[in-house]
Design a protein around this ligand. Structure first.
Ligand SMILES: [Zn+2]
Length: 405
C-alpha cells in the first residue's frame, strides 16, 4: 500500500535520478579562450551549440583572417562555429589540435571547405580542443625541434620590443665561401613557413651527400621568427600599423629588422649568399593563394637568379607532395606584386621589403621570397610533412644553385 511517506520517498528518489542525469549537461558550459602562445579570437556570443566569433585584428590596417582558439567543456556535444563573414576559414577547414597545440590536422581532407563556418563533434575525451587557421607554430615548437637536434643551439639575434629573445640559428661553416640566410614570420601569422625551415635544417644536418656539402661549404644564418612578439601574442602581423616587418627595411623601426640589417652583412662578408624569406599568401582561392610560388623581384640580376633557382626546384619537386613549376611565379609588375604594394603613407613613402634590401647587397646572389599556402597547393595538402619535404628539396637546390656555372 502506498503511503504518503512512501510516495514522497519515491518522488525524491526519482527526482534525484533525474537531477543526477541532468547534472552533467547543466554543468557543461562551453568555454572559449585564446590565452596561450599564438592565441587569437573574439567571441561574440555562445548560444546553445552555436558560437559566433571573429579574428582579433588588433593593430591591423584593414582586414585579415588569422585565428587560434581553445574550446573547453564541450565533451559529447556538436558545436557550430560561425564567423562574422566569408573567407575566414582556409581551404581544408580549420586546423585542429587535440593535444594542446603540439600536433595539428585539418578538419577536412579535401579542399573547398566552407569559408565561414564549421561544426565539430566533440568526443567524450575532448576536454580541450584547439582550432586555428593552420598549424600554429610558436617558440615552443621551435624549441621542441631543436631538442631533437643535439647539434643545434640557437643564439639570440636581438631582444624584441617586448623584451623577448629573438632566435638566431647559426650553423654550417663560418669560414665557408658561401652563405645562406633563411627567415620566416616577417608576417607573424604565416606559420607554415617554419615547417619549411625545419625541412631545410633536416637536410643540412642529414647524412647524405648534400647535407655534408652544405655543412662544409655554407654558413647559415636563420631567423625563424622575425616578428617574435607577434608570433607569441597571436597577432595578424600582416599590414600592422604603421607598417609591418616586411615593409620595414628602409625605416627599420623594429629591432629585429635593425639587427638583420646590421648583423647579416657582417656574417656574410666575403661570401656569396642566398637570401630566402618564406611567407604564406592570402587565405585561399584564386590563382596565387592555393599554389606554391615566388613573387618575382624587380632587378634583372635577381630575375635571372630566381629563374635559375626555380628551374632547379621544379625538377626537385617532381614527385614531391607539393607541386611546383617555375611558371607558377608571379612576375614583378603583375597581380599584387607591383610598386604600389610598397607605397606607404605620406610620412613614410618608402616601404622596403626584405628581399628588395637583400637584392641591393653586392654579394647577395639570390634574394627571393616564396609563398607557401596555408592548407592547399593545387589539390595537395600543405602540412608539416609536405612543408618539411619542400624544405629539404630547397636545401638540395641551394647546393646546385651555388655550384652551377
Ligand atoms: Zn607574408
Amino acid at each position: 500500500m502506498w503511503t504518503v511517506k512512501k510516495m514522497l520517498a519515491l518522488h525524491v528518489l526519482l527526482c534525484g535520478v533525474l537531477l543526477l542525469e541532468a547534472a552533467p549537461a547543466q554543468e557543461s558550459s562551453v568555454a572559449i579562450d585564446a590565452d596561450f602562445p599564438g592565441g587569437n579570437i573574439v567571441v561574440d556570443s555562445i548560444e546553445g551549440d552555436v558560437v559566433k566569433l571573429r579574428p582579433d585584428l588588433r593593430d591591423t590596417q584593414g582586414d585579415w583572417f588569422y585565428f587560434a582558439f581553445r574550446v573547453k567543456g564541450a565533451q559529447g556535444r556538436t558545436v557550430r562555429f560561425v564567423f562574422d563573414h566569408d573567407n575566414r576559414i582556409g581551404a581544408r577547414g580549420p586546423a585542429v589540435s587535440r593535444d594542446g597545440g603540439l600536433n595539428w590536422k585539418f578538419l577536412s581532407s579535401e579542399p573547398g571547405f566552407n569559408s565561414r563556418q564549421f561544426s565539430f563533434q566533440f568526443g567524450p575525451e575532448d576536454e580541450e580542443v584547439r582550432f586555428a587557421t593552420s598549424f600554429v607554430y610558436t617558440q615552443a615548437h621551435w624549441d621542441r625541434f631543436l631538442a631533437k637536434q643535439p647539434d643545434l643551439r640557437a643564439s639570440v639575434l636581438c631582444k624584441s620590443r617586448k623584451g623577448r629573445d629573438v632566435e638566431l640559428l647559426r650553423l654550417g661553416n663560418a669560414e665557408a665561401r658561401f652563405g645562406c640566410f633563411v627567415s620566416a614570420r616577417h608576417h607573424c601569422c604565416e606559420m607554415m613557413a617554419n615547417f619549411v625551415i625545419e625541412g631545410i635544417l633536416e637536410e643540412v644536418l642529414s647524412d647524405g651527400d648534400d647535407g655534408a656539402w652544405l655543412r662544409e661549404n655554407v654558413s647559415f644564418f636563420i631567423v625563424p621568427f622575425v616578428d617574435k612578439d607577434g608570433v607569441e601574442d597571436g597577432d595578424q602581423g600582416k599590414n600592422r600599423r604603421p607598417h609591418d616587418h616586411n615593409r620595414d627595411y628602409h625605416q627599420a623601426i623594429y629591432p629585429e629588422v635593425r639587427a638583420i640589417k646590421t648583423q647579416l652583412p657582417e656574417a656574410m662578408e666575403g661570401k656569396e649568399y642566398i637570401f630566402l624569406d618564406i611567407h604564406c599568401p592570402w587565405l585561399r582561392g584564386g590563382k596565387y593563394n592555393e599554389a606554391l610560388y615566388s613573387p618575382g623581384p624587380e632587378s634583372p640580376k635577381m630575375i635571372a637568379a630566381l629563374k635559375k633557382f626555380c628551374d632547379l626546384l621544379e625538377v626537385r619537386q617532381q614527385g614531391a607532395i607539393i607541386p611546383y613549376k617555375e611558371s607558377n611565379n608571379l612576375p614583378y609588375g603583375q597581380g599584387w606584386n607591383t610598386a604600389s604594394n610598397y607605397q606607404g603613407a605620406a610620412d613614410a613613402p618608402i616601404q622596403m621589403a626584405s628581399k628588395t634590401w637583400a637584392a641591393g647587397q653586392p654579394n647577395c646572389v639570390l634574394g627571393i621570397t616564396f609563398e607557401v599556402p596555408y592548407a592547399n597547393a593545387e589539390g595537395a595538402v600543405v602540412d608539416d610533412v609536405s612543408c618539411r619535404e619542400l624544405g629539404r628539396n630547397m636545401a638540395k637546390c641551394f647546393r646546385r644553385f651555388l655550384t652551377a656555372p
